[in-house]
Each structure stands twice: as C-alpha cells, then as structure tokens.
Ligand binder design. Structure first.
Ligand code: 4NP
Length: 155
C-alpha cells in the first residue's frame, strides 16, 4: 500500500498545489501518493493560480493537472501525513480531527525544518513582492527534508 501525504492551505490554489507538485517530484510514485486540499471552499474545482503554475514550470514541475478541493474529515482516514502551510490552516484542520490519532497526523510543514518554531509559509495570494519564488524556495527545501525522512521510513 502507498504512503499518502496531503498538503493543505487555505484556497488550494497557491501554496498547497506547489507543495504537492514539489514533493511528488521527489518521491517514487509507485510507493507514495501526494495530494492537496484547502480548508476554504472559495476555489473548489479551479486549477492552481497562474503564478504558482509559472514558478513550478520554471523549475520543471507541471501542476496544471491539479484542481482545488476542500479538506474533509474523511482525509484523516485516507492520509498518513497531513501538512498544513500555516498555523491558521493547522488550527482549522485539527478542529475537524475525530480523535487524537487523527490530530497527530497533522504537522505544520516548516516545523520539519525549524522544529517547534511554528513558522508559516506566507500566503502569497495578495501579492507580497517575490512571494511566489520565495514560497517555492521554502517548499523546495522542506520537501527535500520530508522526502528524505519518508524514504528512510517507508522504503
Ligand atoms: P492559498 O492562497 O491558501 O495558498 O491557496 C490563497 C488563495 C486564495 C485565497 C486566500 C489564500 N482567497 O482568499 O481567495
């Protein structure tokens, strides 16, 4: 059975689609399944933001196959690891957890690099300067760490 990883942000059009594409590119697909979702319902069914598509493409990753969906409590059953992009996403996900085991699956993604520091991946949607390349770099670094850990543990 594949190990399943879910990336979660607010809209599922900027950060988590990038995180999904980047992590999937670092893991063998015969052993791992990577998906993404949003805590909000604003963009259900949409393809990723054109700025995420562009920065992914610049780095050789195609994320245009993705469509936004909303996180549901069923995801706690489906996925082994759930990574929240920011602390607000983390709180929104954990609120839906049916039991402590489900809560334990949820991690703030940058805590994989900066343990217990609760650093957010900043929301680039409203356009901080260079937001998308910065987000890409952060996610690329942390996904290297996550991919190493997952391969050591599950392969
Ligand atoms: P994301 O960015 O959570 O990284 O996908 C956002 C996308 C849309 C909105 C907020 C954040 N929005 O408010 O529509």
């Amino acid at each position: 059975m594949k190990t399943k990883i879910l990336m979660v942000c607010l809209g599922n059009i900027c950060r988590s689609p990038l995180a999904e594409g980047i992590l999937a590119s670092k893991l063998p697909s015969e052993h791992f399944f990577v998906d993404s979702a949003g805590t909000g319902d604003y963009h259900i069914g949409k393809i990723p933001d054109h700025r995420s598509v562009a920065i992914a493409k610049l780095n050789g990753i195609d994320i245009t196959y993705q469509t936004a969906r909303q996180f549901t409590p069923k995801d706690f059953e489906e996925f082994d690891y759930i990574y929240a992009m920011d602390y607000s996403n983390y709180q929104d996900i954990v609120k839906l957890a049916p039991n402590p085991e489900a809560t334990q699956k949820v991690k703030l993604i940058l805590n994989e690099l900066f343990e217990d520091e609760n650093v957010d991946v900043p929301d680039p949607y409203y356009g901080i300067e260079n937001g998308f390349p910065k987000v890409y770099e952060m996610l690329n670094q942390v996904c290297d760490e996550i991919a190493d850990k997952l391969k050591k543990k599950h392969l």
